[in-house]
Ligand binder design. Structure first.
Ligand code: NAD
Length: 338
C-alpha cells in the first residue's frame, strides 16, 4: 500500500531541492503517495495564508511531512510558519544528526546526534517588561521554563533514540551550577532516567560552556547529546560548523502526533531559481523520514550513495567546491544507488 506523505516544497530553493529529493526517493522503488501542500511566502501570495488549513489537514492525516525551507519576514509580518507548525503539532524534539562527510577537513570522525527540547526553556515565549518609576520598559524578563514532564519526555526520547540508532553514549548538557532550579530540574531528571539505561547507554553530563569548547577540541568523543532549547539552538549550529556548514545537515521535528523533516538551511534567496543549490541536506532529511517510517533499508541505500558522491568529489555543487547543478548532483546519487 502506498505510504502517504505531506510534501511542502516551500520557498526560494525549496522547490528545486525538493524535486531532486523526490527523484532520488522514487528511485528506491518505494510506493510513496505524496500529498503536495503549500506553506510559506508563496502560500501567503497564492492562498492568502502562509499556513493554509489544507496543509494542516494533510499533516494531521499523514502524520509525516517533508518540508522545504520557508521564508520568514523579519520583524513585521506573519508569525514564523516553522514555529506555528512546531506549536500546532507539539513537535517537542528537534533532532539534528551531523557527521563528517568530506575527508581532509579540520574535523574528522565527527558523528553527533544533537537532540534539543523544542517547546520550553528560554524560548517558551514568556516575556514581559518591568516598569520602574516612569520608565515602562526599564527592564525585561524572559522566563526559562523547564517542566518535569517536558524534561522527562525529551530525555527519554533521547535515550530511546540512542538505543534505536545503536549509539553508545548520551551527554546531557546543562548549566545547573548557575541556574540551580530550572537547569537543576533538567539535570536531575536526566540522572534519574539514566539509571534505567545502565548497561545499555552510557550517561555523562557537561556544563554548556565547557561543552562548547570540548566540541572544538575533541568532537569525536561525543555521540548523542540532549539539552534544553536555547543551548540546543546554539550547539546545533556549532556542530553543523564542525562538519563544514549547513549544506549537508538535516533536521527533524518530532512529536507524538506528527513528525516534520527538513534541511537545516534556509531558502537561499541569493541562488534561488538558478538550479545550483545543494539538495544534500534535504535528501538526508528524507533519509531521516524513511527511518522514522520504518524504511531503514532505503535510507541506508541513499545515504551510502550520497556519501560516495561527496567522498569522490567529482560531482559537487558550488557550495561544496564543485560546479554541478542540483539535477546533476541528484543524478550522481541515483547512479550510485544499488
Ligand atoms: P540561508 O540558509 O537561506 O542562506 C545562507 C547562505 O547559505 C546563502 O549564501 C545561501 O546561498 C547558502 N545556502 C543555503 N542553503 C544552500 C544550499 N542548499 N545549497 C547551496 N547554498 C546554500 O539563510 P538566510 O539567508 O539567513 O535565510 C534566508 C531565508 O530563509 C530567511 O527568510 C529565513 O527566515 C529562512 N530560513 C528558513 C528556515 C526553515 O524554513 N527551516 C531555516 C533558516 C532560514
Amino acid at each position: 500500500m502506498a505510504i502517504p506523505i505531506t510534501l511542502i516544497p516551500g520557498d526560494g530553493i525549496g522547490p528545486e531541492i525538493t524535486d531532486a529529493t523526490v527523484r532520488v526517493l522514487e528511485h528506491t522503488g518505494l510506493d510513496l503517495a505524496w500529498e503536495r501542500a503549500a506553506a510559506g511566502a508563496a502560500a501567503a501570495v497564492e492562498h492568502g495564508d502562509p499556513l493554509p488549513a489544507a496543509t494542516i489537514e494533510s499533516i494531521e492525516r499523514t502524520r509525516v511531512a517533508l518540508k522545504g525551507p520557508l521564508a520568514t519576514p523579519v520583524g513585521e509580518g506573519y508569525r514564523s510558519v516553522n514555529v506555528s507548525l512546531r506549536v500546532r503539532f507539539d513537535l517537542f524534539a528537534n533532532v539534528r544528526p551531523a557527521h563528517t562527510m568530506r575527508p581532509g577537513g579540520r574535523f574528522e570522525r565527527v558523528d553527533i546526534i544533537l537532540i534539543r527540547e523544542n517547546t520550553e526553556g528560554l524560548y517558551s515565549g514568556v516575556e514581559h517588561y518591568v516598569k520602574i518609576g516612569a520608565d515602562d520598559r526599564a527592564a525585561a524578563e524572559s522566563v526559562a521554563l523547564v517542566t518535569r514532564a517536558g524534561a522527562e519526555r525529551i530525555i527519554r526520547f533521547a535515550f530511546e533514540h540512542a538505543v534505536a540508532r545503536g549509539r553508545r553514549k548520551l551527554t546531557l548538557v546543562h548549566k545547573a551550577n548557575i541556574l540551580k532550579l530550572s537547569q537543576g530540574l533538567f539535570l536531575d531528571t536526566g540522572r534519574r532516567i539514566a539509571a534505567e539505561y545502565v548497561g545499555k547507554i552510557q550517561f555523562e553530563e557537561r556544563i554548556i560552556d565547557a561543552m562548547a569548547m570540548q566540541l572544538i577540541l575533541t568532537p569525536e568523543t561525543f555521540d548523542v547529546v540532549v539539552t534544553t532549547n536555547m543551548f540546543g539552538d546554539i550547539l546545533s549550529d556549532e556542530i553543523a560548523g564542525l562538519v563544514g556548514g549547513l549544506g549537508l545537515v538535516p533536521g527533524a521535528n518530532i512529536g507524538e502526533r506528527a513528525a516534520i523533516f527538513e534541511a537545516v538551511h534556509g531558502t537561499a534567496p541569493d541562488i534561488a531559481g538558478q538550479g545550483i543549490a545543494n539538495p544534500g541536506a534535504q535528501i538526508l532529511a528524507a533519509c531521516m523520514m524513511l527511518e522514522h517510517i520504518g524504511q531503514e533499508g532505503c535510507a541506508r541505500t541513499i545515504r551510502a550513495a550520497l556519501d560516495q558522491v561527496v567522498r569522490e568529489g567529482w560531482t559537487l555543487t558550488r557550495d561544496l567546491g564543485g560546479t554541478a547543478t542540483t539535477r546533476e548532483f541528484a543524478d550522481a546519487i541515483i547512479a550510485r544507488m544499488t
